[in-house]
Ligand binder design. Structure first.
Ligand code: C2E
Ligand code: MG
Ligand code: MG
Ligand code: MG
Length: 278
């Protein structure tokens, strides 16, 4: 502990704290202006449908292009956005931009591409999330089934009642719900029964060693069976090797996502990838 380190230790500790606080404050300040300065963008990572070998859907992943610091990963700024409440305007921007993109691709392509967006826990605490999404879909006259919401078990738990109510309302009109990072949260099977869920996304920590580690392999196989018996589809995230892909194919996984197939791409590059893949 800092106190036990004596005078010098304490000075070092507080200087370090000070730097981190300043850095954090700086990020917070610039994040406040990121939307109006057009520094945020959605990148798209395709999901490969294993039975047809086609791309039917993609996940939108946010990127922040900071004018001084370059590209900042969502892992570094989404927590700040959540702590400061900035996740509400940023979340609203994500909904708006993703639906605009779905609509644009619909006009350009003869095939509809489905888009998944990630939703933070705090957005469920906000009454208007479902209204916001319904309004965005309606104003662009989009079929709701083209939109998927990816939520983590932890996010569902944070505002359980509000989350279930809003997800149910959205699912009633056709929006899909995917449980993200499945297996890393509470993973109580009760939730699978009570939450309105269409898709399980197997967390990449399980996928990482399915080819070598019998426990991970058994877990992944069990998740696939579980999902199918509950009439859900399964997506494996973080697929990086041919051996992982082979395992997932053999065990009936529906879709895969990962660097092996494609990294997240800017919207324009994604469309090119899609056309090339056909
Ligand atoms: P996630 O939703 O589980 O997204 C998957 C993450 O894994 C993405 O990182 C993706 O780029 C990365 N990934 C994909 N394939 C591979 C692979 O083969 N290997 C490895 N090692 N990684 C892979 P990213 O884009 O940095 O996003 C990290 C997390 O930040 C996301 O996890 C999600 O929780 C959050 N996030 C991203 N975009 C948004 C957003 O628009 N809104 C919210 N609320 N959260 C977001
Ligand atoms: Mg996700
Ligand atoms: Mg995930
Ligand atoms: Mg994950």
């Amino acid at each position: 502990r800092a106190k036990d380190l004596g005078r010098n230790g304490f000075q070092f500790y507080s200087a370090d704290m000070n730097n981190r606080m300043r850095e954090r404050l700086y990020l917070e300040q610039s994040l406040r202006n990121a939307i109006s300065r057009h520094e945020l963008s959605l990148w798209y990572q395709p999901k490969l449908d294993l039975s047809s070998n086609t791309i039917r859907s993609t996940e939108a992943l946010i990127r922040w292009h900071h004018p001084q610091l370059g590209v900042i990963s969502p892992a570094d700024f989404i927590p700040i956005a959540e702590d400061t409440g900035l996740i509400l305007p940023i979340g609203a921007w994500i909904i708006e931009d993703a639906t605009r993109q779905i609509s644009e691709w619909r006009d350009k392509e003869d095939q509809n591409i489905r888009v998944a967006i990630n939703i933070s826990a705090h957005q469920f605490g906000h009454q208007r999330l479902s209204e916001q999404i319904i309004q965005a879909l309606e104003s662009l006259q989009l079929p709701p089934r083209l939109l998927t919401l990816e939520v983590t078990e932890t996010a569902l738990m944070t505002h359980m009642e509000a989350a279930v109510r809003q997800l149910q309302a959205l699912r009633d009109i056709g929006v899909c719900v995917a449980l993200d990072d499945f297996g890393t949260g509470y993973s109580s099977l009760t939730y699978l029964k009570h939450f309105p869920i269409d898709v399980l996304k197997i967390d990449r920590s399980f996928v990482a060693d399915i080819a070598h580690d019998t426990e991970s392999g058994a877990i992944v196989r069990t998740i696939i069976t579980l999902a199918h018996s509950l009439n859900m589809t399964v997506v494996a995230e973080g697929v990086e090797t041919q051996a992982q892909l082979a395992f997932l194919k053999e065990n009936g996984c529906d879709e895969i996502q990962g660097y092996l197939f494609c990294k997240p791409l800017p919207a324009g590059d994604f469309l090119e990838f899609l056309r090339h893949h056909r």
